[in-house]
Write a protein that binds this ligand. Structure first.
Ligand code: GDP
Ligand code: IMO
Ligand code: MG
Length: 427
């Protein structure tokens, strides 16, 4: 039995897409289990760049079953466009399976995401404004619309009518916005329903069968540990569960079926959106990392905040998700640095604290305890084996492994498939 979950350990954009694409070669099924088109996973294959938001990265191979699980929130217009874009590029999408239990992002979710952010003012979260939070709110409030409802005109009409009544009232009364027209939304979404219908399945059953037959299943996390609704830097989080446990709920499989968890760690730290970030660099080093790493959001184009590698964050991600191996990415981006720092602990009011703070007030005030290491000042993008890495590059990743207690499984030295060093096979 092989079911491997790949998750982000930091604040997202660690290179999950690249790692999943690499591992997918040996997999039979690739599954997205949470989030929506707030995710942006860039994958480079044969010199072509693909930016995936909803489709699992396995779609770039023509022979993998790709699943969008029940835990994902789907903006149908975005998904249809992504499917059509792939087809135009000659990629076969007939192996896509969409959960009948996934929730649908409606136009009022997108508008509410934008106006609620504006309303928060100085307390804004910095969301991607894709309607993710409001859609999960409706799911939890038990008023959401699922794919199975969208495919049934009568059900969909009834649910849309009830929802629009409430949402239009809220939009007008609280946010002074125009509401949405029932007939127009209904016609638009019933059009999407017909385009998606051929792909819709009970995906939990699809996965149960695949795992039972001994197929290799790869779960592709979106967002990351510190954006997890429960375990992240709440309220500066997303509204889903990116941690490994989220795969069970968001795909409808039992925990006993998961064989390994891979935590993707960017060799430094970035964050998009608001919220505390202890190792953030607001100086020329931060600027240099942003420039070297082209650290601008795939989904929104926003500049990403950059900082030193924070081992406290990765250690925390390790135990929240039971990570077996780390996949360290973008080590090559640090090639030019003379010295590097790793944060190995937090001090609060002069005392070392051992647990990752739940209080954002504390997290905002902690003082990172840094260890300084010498850089390798060598281009490592052509290195293909661990032993060939400069000794200082090895010392850097090995120190991270020591502090976090997590073994190194993969080191990535560039965005392409061949720029991947495997230390431990996961399948
Ligand atoms: P994701 O959201 O976790 O999938 O990450 P993103 O795709 O948003 O951002 C990661 C970026 O880094 C993408 O542009 C990848 O192509 C790129 N990338 C991944 N691994 C490496 C690496 O080892 N080195 C370099 N230079 N780029 C990488
Ligand atoms: P991938 O999968 C980085 C951040 C947003 C914001 C917060 C909430 O590419 O790693 P949301 O729109 O989800 O309600 O926004 O979460 N965020 C991400 N940051 N990478 C992502 O996805 C993200 N998805 C959401 O910037 O701070
Ligand atoms: Mg991303």
């Amino acid at each position: 039995m092989s079911a491997v979950v790949v998750i982000g350990t930091q604040w997202g954009d660690e290179g999950k897409g690249k790692i999943v694409d690499y591992l997918a070669e040996k997999a039979d099924v690739v599954v997205r289990y949470q989030g929506g088109n707030n995710a942006g996973h860039t994958v480079i294959v044969g010199g072509n760049e693909f930016k995936l938001h909803l489709l699992p990265s396995g779609i770039l191979y023509n022979d993998k079953t790709c699943v969008i699980g029940n835990g994902v929130v789907i903006d149908p217009a975005v998904l249809i466009k992504e499917i059509e874009n792939m087809q135009e590029k000659g990629i076969d999408t007939s192996n896509l399976r969409i959960s009948n239990r996934a929730h649908v992002i409606m136009p009022y979710h997108r508008l509410l995401d934008a106006v609620e952010e504006e309303y928060r003012g100085d307390f804004k979260i910095g969301t991607t404004k894709r309607g993710i939070g409001p859609c999960y709110m409706d799911k939890n409030a038990r008023s959401g619309i699922r794919i199975v409802d969208l495919l049934d005109e009568e059900e969909f009409s009834a649910k849309l009518e009830r929802n629009l009544e409430a949402k239009n009232h809220l939009l007008k009364a609280v946010y002074n916005e125009e509401g949405f027209d029932f007939e127009a939304v209904k016609a638009e979404y019933l059009g999407y329903a017909e385009k998606l219908r051929p792909y819709v399945r009970d995906t939990s059953a699809v996965l149960y069968q695949a795992i039972g037959e001994g197929q290799k299943v790869l779960f592709e996390g979106a967002q990351a540990t510190l954006l997890d609704l429960d375990h992240g830097t709440y309220p500066y989080v997303t509204s889903s569960h990116p941690i490994a446990g989220g795969a069970c709920i968001g795909a409808g499989i039992g925990p006993s079926k998961i064989s390994k968890v891979i935590g993707v760690v960017k060799a430094y730290t970035t964050r998009v959106g608001e919220g505390p970030f202890p190792t953030e660099l607001l100086d020329e080093t931060g600027e240099m990392i942003r420039k070297e790493g082209h650290e601008f959001g795939t989904t929104t184009g926003r500049p990403r905040r950059c900082g030193w590698l924070d081992a406290c964050v990765v250690r925390y991600a390790g135990y929240v998700s039971g990570i077996d191996y780390m996949a360290i990415t973008r080590l090559d981006i640090l090639d030019k640095l003379k010295t590097l720092k790793i944060c190995v602990g937090y001090k609060y009011k002069g005392e070392i604290i051992n647990e990752f703070p739940a209080s954002l007030k504390v997290l905002a005030e902690v003082e990172p305890v840094y260890e300084e290491l010498t850089g390798w000042e060598t281009d490592i993008s052509g290195v293909r084996s661990y032993d060939e890495l400069p000794v200082n590059a090895r010392k850097y990743v090995e120190r991270l492994s020591e502090v976090t207690g997590i073994q190194i499984g993969i080191v990535s030295v560039g965005p392409r498939r061949d720029q991947t060093i495997i230390i431990h096979e996961v399948f």
